[in-house]
Ligand binder design. Sequence first.
Ligand SMILES: Nc1nc2c(c(=O)[nH]1)N=C([C@H](O)[C@H](O)COP(=O)(O)OP(=O)(O)OP(=O)(O)O)CN2
Length: 349
Amino acid sequence: MQTVYLSLGSNIGDKQYYLHEAVQVLGKNPQILIEKKSKFYTTSPVGEVIQDDFINLAVRLSTTLSPQELLLVIHDIETALNRERTIHWGPRTIDIDILFYGDMIVNEETLIIPHKEIFNRLFVLIPLLDLIDNKFAYFSKITEAIDNLKKTNQEIREVAEEMPAQQKIEKAIYDILSAVGENPEREGLLETPTRVAKMYKEILSSQHLKKFTEYKLFEIEKTSTEQMVLIKDIPFYSMCEHHMLPFFGKVHVAYIPSDGKIIGLSKIPRLVDYVSHKLSVQENITRDVAEILNEILEPKGVAVVVEARHMCIEMRGVRKINSLTQTSFYLGEFDKNRDKKTEFLESLL
Ligand SMILES: Nc1nc2c(c(=O)[nH]1)N=C([C@H](O)[C@H](O)COP(=O)(O)OP(=O)(O)OP(=O)(O)O)CN2
C-alpha cells in the first residue's frame, strides 16, 4: 500500500456536491482506502482565467493502485461528474490532482509527481497541511511556501463542510416520516431514509448532469431521399416536479437523416433516460428529447411522441385511473411537411 495525497477542486454548480461525490466514489474503489479529508476551503482562482471561486480540499488515501492506474480512476470520476476540458485552468465541476504518491518521482507526459504546481498554490498547501505533520518529507518546504504565498493575492478561507446530499435526503425523509405521524425508529422504517436516498440518486441520476454525452454518430451512404428512422415504444420513468410522483410510459422517436449522418440506435433510449431521470414534466421531456437529438445529429426533421400515466392524477386529486396523457414535438420536415407527420403518426398505430 502507498500513501497518496490528492488535491480536489470545483467551481461550477453545486461545488460541494461534486467534491463529496468524488471522495465517495474514490472510497468505493476496492483498491483505495480514504484515510483523511482536509477541511473545505473557498479559494480565489489561481491563473489568468476569470472564473468563480473554487471550493478546495485535500485527501490522504492509501492504495495498491499504481500512479498510472490511480490516474485512470481519477479521470473516470472526473468524466462521470461532467468535467469538461475546454479551457486550460478554466472552470470545472471537478478537478482531482495527484500531489504525492509515496516518495515516488514520476516524470511522464501525462503524469508528473510530485505535482509541478504544489508549492505555487495556497489552495493546495493549506488543505494539505490538515493532513500532514512535521515528519512529512516536504513539511518545511510546504510551510515556507505558505509563508511566501500569503504575501500574494491568493485568497483562501475555511468554509463549513455541507452535509453530503445522501445525508441531507436521509435526514429529510426521517423528518417527513415523523411529520406524517410515523415512528422512524420502528423496525420497518429504520432503513427507509437510506433506501429512499439511494433511490433518488438512481431515479434522478441526471439531476446534476449538464449535457447529454453518451452518443455516437455514424456516416452511411448519402441517398437523395433519406427515409424516416423510427424507434418506438421506448419505456421511460420520470418524477413529476409538482408532486414528486412517478409518471411513466412510452416514447416514440423518429428522425430523417441528413447527409448520411445517423446515430447509434441504443443512444436514443439513452437520451430518453438522460432527459427523464430528473424532476420534470411530460411536455419538457418530449421537447428536450427532440431538441437534444436535433442539436447533436442535425437531421432534416425530428418527431417525438410521449404517452404516459401520471400517478399524480391516479393516486390523488381527480383520481383518474389508467388515464393516458399524450404529448408531441416536431422539428424540421415533421413540423413543415404534413405527409411526413402523417407517415410518422401512422407508423405508431
Ligand atoms: N483556487 C483555485 N484555483 C485554481 C484551481 C483550483 O482548484 N482552485 N485549479 C486550477 C487548475 O485548473 C487545476 O488545478 C488543474 O491544473 P493542473 O493539474 O496544473 O493542469 P491540468 O492539465 O489538469 O489543467 P487543465 O485545466 O485540465 O488543462 C487552476 N486554478
